[in-house]
Write a protein that binds this ligand. Structure first.
Ligand code: T5A
Length: 220
C-alpha cells in the first residue's frame, strides 16, 4: 500500500457510483479523514486536460465517428494526466483519493464490450497508469436494464439527454456487467462487489464496514 489510500468506484452507468463516492467523502469528512485530506476525482476528467477529453468522449460533435481504438487512447490520455498530476502526488502526501472509475473501466468497456484485443488494452492501461493500482475497488453491481433506467431518469430530471456512451444497445451494457463480475473474481484481493439494488443507506453502510475492515484501523 502507498502512504495514502486509493479507493475507486466501478460499475455500469447509473449504478450509483457518484452517489456512494459522495456519501463516503462525507463520512470521511465527518471524521476529519482520520487525519488525511480527502481528494475526489473522476474519470475521464479530474484535470483541466482530462475534463476536455471527457467532453470530447461524451459529447462528440454530431456526425463525428469515434473508432474504438481512438476511444481507448483518449481514455488513456485522460488517465495518464490524472495519475501524474493528481493521484500519485496525493497518495505520496498520504491523502485518501476517491476516484469515480479508473483503469478497470477501460478493461471492461473497451476490452470486453468494444471487443478490443485484451493484450493491447492491458498494455495501454499499464502505459497510462504505470504500476499504480487501487487499494480497494467497490463494484456496484446492477442488472443492465435497471442501471440504464436509473441513468435515464437522472438525465431526464436534470433536463439532459443521453450522452454518446449511453446510446449503445442493451447487449453492450450486459457485456459490461458480465465483464466487471469476471474482473472482480480475477482481482478478488482488491474488489468488493456490492449489490446495487439495495437502498442507498444500506450500500453506504456496507461500503464503510468493508473499508474499515480492509484498511486495518486507518479509519476508526
Ligand atoms: N468509460 C469510462 C469507458 O468506456 N472507459 C473508461 O476507461 C472510462 C474511465 C463515463 C462514461 O465513460 C465510459 C463509461 C461511461 O459510459 P460518466 O458520466 O462518468 O460516464 O458516467 P458514469 O460513470 O457512467 O456514471 P453515471 O453518472 O451515469 O452513474 P453513477 O454515478 O453510477 O450513478 P449515480 O450515483 O449518478 O446514480 C444514478 C441515479 O440513481 C440513483 C441516484 O439518485 C441517481 O438518480 N440511485 C439509486 N436509486 C435507487 N437505489 C440506489 N441504491 C441508488 N443509487 C443511486
Amino acid at each position: 500500500m502507498t502512504p495514502g489510500v486509493f479507493i475507486t468506484f466501478e460499475g455500469s452507468e447509473g449504478c450509483g457510483k457518484t452517489t456512494q463516492l459522495e456519501r463516503l467523502a462525507r463520512r470521511l469528512a465527518a471524521i476529519g479523514g482520520a487525519g488525511r485530506p480527502v481528494l475526489r476525482l473522476r474519470e475521464p476528467g479530474g484535470t483541466p486536460l482530462g475534463e476536455e477529453v471527457r467532453r470530447l468522449l461524451k459529447h462528440t460533435a454530431p456526425g463525428w465517428s469515434v473508432v474504438p481504438e481512438a476511444e481507448l487512447l483518449l481514455f488513456a490520455a485522460s488517465r495518464a494526466q490524472l495519475v501524474r498530476e493528481a493521484v500519485a502526488p496525493a497518495l505520496a502526501a498520504g491523502q485518501v483519493v476517491l476516484c469515480d472509475r479508473f483503469l478497470d473501466s477501460t478493461t471492461v468497456y473497451q476490452g470486453v464490450a468494444r471487443r478490443l484485443e485484451p493484450v493491447s488494452v492491458a498494455a495501454i492501461n499499464a502505459f497510462a497508469a504505470g504500476p499504480l493500482r487501487p487499494d480497494v475497488t467497490f463494484l456496484l453491481d446492477l442488472p443492465a436494464e435497471l442501471a440504464m433506467a436509473r441513468a435515464r431518469r437522472r438525465d431526464q430530471s436534470a433536463g439532459g439527454t443521453p450522452d454518446r456512451m449511453e446510446q449503445e444497445p442493451m447487449a453492450f451494457y450486459e457485456q459490461v456487467r458480465a465483464g466487471y463480475l469476471r474482473l472482480a473474481e480475477t482481482c478478488a484481493e482488491r474488489f468488493v462487489t456490492v449489490d446495487a439494488r439495495l437502498p442507498i443507506d444500506d450500500i453506504e453502510a456496507l461500503i464503510w464496514t468493508q473499508l474499515t475492515a480492509r484498511c486495518h484501523g486507518l479509519f476508526p
